[in-house]
Design a protein. Structure first.
Length: 50
């Protein structure tokens, strides 16, 4: 297994949680779930989680 595969296998639950929270946050804020909005929200959530 490559390092990338190992990283994803270990981080999968956190990644899925952050993406789910980002989508829900955008919907709650009634913002359009565009690619850019998702990227921005994921970055904010991921940095806050680290």
């Amino acid at each position: 297994m490559s390092n990338e595969d190992e990283f994803f296998a270990e981080m999968h639950p956190q990644i899925a949680q952050v993406i789910g929270i980002a989508v829900m946050q955008l919907l709650v804020e009634k913002r359009e779930p565009s690619r850019e909005a998702l990227i921005e929200m994921i970055q904010v959530l991921w940095q806050g989680d680290q």
